[in-house]
Design a binder for this molecule. Structure first.
Ligand SMILES: Cc1cc2nc3c(=O)[nH]c(=O)nc-3n(C[C@H](O)[C@H](O)[C@H](O)COP(=O)(O)OP(=O)(O)OC[C@H]3O[C@@H](n4cnc5c(N)ncnc54)[C@H](O)[C@@H]3O)c2cc1C
Length: 501
């Protein structure tokens, strides 16, 4: 503990004059400084809560990309613009005089290690999301003979949403007419919907110009979404499924007998789950039999686990009639109670011919240099947002929020609640004196700025005002092409727009 230096001088500004004020007998509480790592939903909601519930906490948000909002910009589907309304709230947060946005700054890099943040700030909230995805772990997944293999849905989503690092993805939608998606979640449904929607209906959204052009030339007419378990175990939600049923000129196909059999087997349990019941009703109502009548089809397949991507002989003619690959599945049966059903292989196999295969079986977080990480659960270990080390001890001043705290599940509303809880833990620790001790002057705002200056962050970062310049540029470019926004998809170009205008 450092001794408090008296007298403390503070400058109070009034409307007419500046008064020098000396507190002769007590230390004035100093402002507390909190760093947030990751400018996605969790980071901004944590900052919002800290602003709303305190008067003397400053928040610095560090984001590795020049642009803020994380998956709200690069994950949420372009035809779901209403979901992105939360950015209005995030903008209010960044507009506060107590918040600073530092874009283009990767925490954990050589420039700015986590240790430097921890020694300068009273608290550090890790909310850096989940940047990888789960693999299938099957032969052929990584491609062969020049074939791309299985593409992560994460990358496909990032490609159509303009994430700079995903723009090099080879997306060929012209050499075949069928795509298989492994996984039964909302991200899988997003991909299926984007592939089957008339591109004219996406033309006013913020989908990238390149993705829109690729979709306009697409020959893909059929998408099959395959899951290892049954209809009562799907992870997607009714709202997203209903959207699929509304795509015009498209057959919606699934195994009605299986759905009916599962519903009748688990009728009592289903009675208690209204949302699942609605979903099953939707499936029964909209499913047409096999035998395609429309030009397009969406098939929901159950009880199949992928075991291998099988490539045709090298030199086989690739065309819409001769799909470049097949994906082999083992047929499963279910064992156990409906809410914990396990898929067990039957030893029977089916091949589904297709062009592109997307895997969509979940995102995963990766470790950040210097921070504890639970390798098995792939999250930052924490107790209600307070980070713990390998031995389960609390790490003073370190917190986690969002997907990196609880795993990559949950919508923005869930992430908001979760980030609020973490911010509340920070506030409680400040008020209990566990962090942000007033005598610890080494953690002042000046000390923070010195650290940011000496690490070069102040020189290379993108500020909120600069991001707003890029934002205006994208919006204006969108107006010219009749879109809500034309995203800039290259970091150098982003920086040149920010710095030239
Ligand atoms: C494809 C997809 C579609 C979705 N659609 C919806 C939807 O329609 N509706 C809905 O409610 N929810 C949707 N969600 C869920 C929602 O996006 C998440 O709940 C939410 O984004 C999680 O927020 P987060 O802040 O934890 O992670 P993120 O949004 O990923 O934010 C993390 C941020 O941290 C940054 N970062 C990473 N590492 C570092 C570092 N070392 N230094 C600095 N910054 C770093 C990243 O660049 C990123 O900006 C969707 C999710 C996905 C994947």
């Amino acid at each position: 503990m450092r001794a408090c230096v008296l007298p403390v001088a503070t400058t109070l500004r009034t409307a007419s004059r500046t008064v020098r004020h000396f507190a002769a007998s007590a230390c004035l509480p100093r402002d507390k400084n909190v760093a947030v790592v990751g400018g996605g939903a969790a980071g901004f909601y944590a900052a919002a809560r800290l602003l709303a519930k305190t008067k003397n906490v400053n928040v610095d948000v560090f984001e590795q990309l020049p642009t803020p909002y994380g998956l709200v910009r690069f994950g949420v589907a372009p035809d779901h613009p209403e979901v992105k309304n939360c950015t209005t709230k995030f903008d209010q947060v960044s507009g506060s005089p107590r918040v600073r946005y530092f874009g283009n700054v990767q925490v954990g890099s050589q420039q700015l290690g986590l240790d430097r943040l921890c020694s300068a700030y009273d608290g550090v909230v890790l909310s850096y999301g989940a940047s990888e995805d789960r693999r299938l772990g099957i032969p052929g997944e990584d491609g062969e003979n020049g074939r791309v293999g299985v593409i992560p849905a994460r990358r496909f989503v990032a490609w159509y949403n303009g994430l700079p690092e995903a723009q090099g993805l080879r997306v060929d939608l012209e050499s075949y007419d069928k795509v298989v998606i492994v996984g039964h979640g909302n991200v899988a449904l997003d991909c299926a919907r984007i592939l089957l929607t008339d591109p004219a209906d996406l033309a006013t959204t913020d989908i990238t110009a390149n993705a829109l052009e690729t979709l306009r030339n697409s020959k893909v007419r059929h998408v099959e979404m395959v899951g290892r378990r049954g209809p009562l175990q799907v992870a997607f939600t009714t709202k997203e499924l209903r959207e699929m049923t509304k795509i015009p000129d498209m057959d919606f196909i699934c195994d009605r007998e299986l759905v009916a059999a599962e519903c009748s087997k688990w009728a009592e349990w289903l009675d208690a789950s209204r949302s699942l019941k609605r979903m099953m009703d939707l499936l029964m109502k909209h499913t047409v039999g096999e035998g395609r009548r429309q030009k397009k089809s969406f098939t929901l397949s159950f009880l199949k686990s992928p075991v291998e991507v099988v490539y045709d002989q090298p030199g086989a003619e690739e065309s819409a009639e001769a799909p470049p690959q097949r994906i082999r599945f083992e047929v499963n049966r279910l064992e156990g109670a409906v809410d914990a059903a396990r898929a067990v292989g039957t030893g029977a196999f089916v091949d589904i011919p297709c062009g592109m295969v997307l895997r969509s079986i979940g995102y995963v977080s990766t470790p950040l240099a210097g921070a504890p990480f639970n390798k098995r659960r792939k999250i930052i270990p924490n107790i209600a947002g307070r980070v713990t080390d390998d031995s389960g001890e609390l790490v003073s001043g370190l917190y986690a929020a969002g997907w990196v705290k609880r795993g990559p599940v949950g919508v923005i509303a869930t992430t908001m609640q979760d980030a609020y809880r973490t911010a509340d833990a920070v506030i409680m620790d400040i008020s209990n004196g566990h962090i942000g001790n007033d005598s610890d002057t080494g953690r002042s705002r000046d000390a923070v700025d010195q650290m940011l200056d000496s690490s070069g962050v102040l020189e290379t970062c993108v500020t909120n005002a600069q991001w707003k310049r890029l934002d205006a540029h994208e919006t204006e470019a969108g107006i010219k092409t009749g879109k809500s926004r034309e995203k800039v998809t290259d970091i150098d170009r982003m920086l040149s727009i920010i710095r030239s205008e």
